[in-house]
Design a protein around this ligand. Structure first.
Ligand SMILES: Cc1ncc(COP(=O)(O)O)c(C=O)c1O
Length: 366
């Protein structure tokens, strides 16, 4: 008998929702990846030494990842018993969904935002309710809209702050208004906190319904190692611990490299500072190009509006020169590209090609 997908696959899974990486034609150029908000810097000295010395791949990691969670707790100034780790922040969000979502529960998000939220919570059977951000240039959070959308099926309000892909930071008062007015969970994804000059960890300590989510992928430059974490409500820890995968899904070398990186904090902060300086330099130079507007960013990327009808053509032209940036299929962002902060020489090349592409006719851009 042929196997039919309906017989075995869960109803919520749409193969078309798979998260894919756009791999464009780079015309034979070595790609400069300014599309995935990765760090342009390698491992810190202690992390490099730790990785080189790692020899115990035959052994499981610590079952409760106590050394890693202690290092993360120390870094944030929180009790390690409140820390859930995972193979990247995506995995921590998956643990959150596994713990709280039942069929038909609602999760409120604000699009445009990080695309994984919608597909991941849909996969768990949640109804994702979008309370859109305001239009450019402010991309403001609709506090009243979010509070109005909360009902008895709402399990979670998920706020991305600073927001990807718009780059803006929502006012702290807006977050507090939402947190104080609801009894559901409010998660604040702070994947880019270290570039924003602010942190919301204190809200997770002050309110029993707040979760803050972090990653080592961005400021610590460990995207390939997959280490994410979050601070979860004390009273709910037994449930989150029950739903978290064994070893929190963090491999032994990834845990060791993350711990060693956190012992090199001065190095990581210096790298973050270099990225911030370069972000501001790039934004200023982009704003000198006629019709181009770089939106203020509190992250390691900038969202840039271009004087074209659809910026996808520009993305394709840049890719042919080996310069990879992102375009988003969202009505507010059709004219925009998102540029991750790389090295100054990457941006000088990008600016040069971008100027030439924008000077050419739209027909030439394709
Ligand atoms: C807002 C946001 N949250 C979470 C993630 C996932 O991070 P990780 O690499 O830790 O899975 C990303 C990655 O780009 C992100 O932008």
């Amino acid at each position: 008998m042929p196997l039919s997908p309906e017989r075995v696959i869960r109803r919520h899974i749409e193969p078309s929702d798979a998260y894919e990486r756009y791999e464009p034609d780079t015309g034979g150029h070595e790609p400069v990846r300014l599309d995935w908000n990765e760090s342009p810097f390698g491992l810190s000295p202690r992390a490099q030494a730790t990785l080189r010395a790692f020899e115990t791949g035959n052994r499981y990691p610590s079952i409760d990842q106590a050394p890693l969670r202690t290092a993360l707790g120390d870094y944030l100034g929180v009790d390690p018993d409140r820390v859930i780790a995972g193979a990247g922040l995506d995995d921590v969000i998956n643990t959150l969904a596994t713990t709280i979502i039942e069929q038909g529960d609602e999760v409120i998000i604000h699009e445009p935002t990080f695309g994984v939220y919608r597909s991941l919570f849909n996969l768990h059977g949640a109804t994702v309710v979008n309370v859109p951000l305001g239009p450019t240039p402010d991309f403001s959070l609709s506090v009243d809209g979010i509070l109005g959308a909360i009902n008895e099926r709402t399990k979670l309000v998920l706020l991305c702050n600073p927001n990807n892909p718009t780059g803006n930071l929502f006012p702290r008062d807006d977050l507090i208004k939402i947190i104080e007015a609801t009894s559901c969970l409010v998660a604040i994804d702070e994947a880019y906190a270290e570039f924003s000059g602010t942190s919301h960890t204190d809200l997770a300590l002050a309110y029993d319904n707040v979760i803050t989510l972090r990653t080592m992928s961005k400021f610590a430059g460990l995207a390939g190692f997959r280490v994410g974490y979050g601070v979860f409500p004390e009273a709910l820890m037994p449930w989150f611990r029950r739903a978290a995968p064994a070893f929190f899904n963090v491999s032994a070398p990834a845990a060791e490299v993350a711990i060693a990186s956190l012992a090199d904090l001065d190095h990581l902060h210096a790298n973050a500072e270099r990225i911030i300086v370069e972000r501001e330099r790039l934004s200023a130079l982009l704003n000198e190009i006629p019709g181009v507007l770089a939106f203020p960013s509190a992250t390691n990327f900038v969202l840039v509006s271009l004087p074209v009808e659809d910026a996808l053509t520009v993305v394709t032209s840049l890719a042919r020169h080996g310069l990879l940036v992102r375009h988003f299929n969202h009505p507010h962002l059709v004219q925009c590209i998102r540029i991750s902060i790389g090295l100054p020489e990457h941006h000088d090349r990008l600016l040069d090609v971008l100027r030439r592409v924008l000077e050419s006719t739209p027909e030439d851009q394709t």
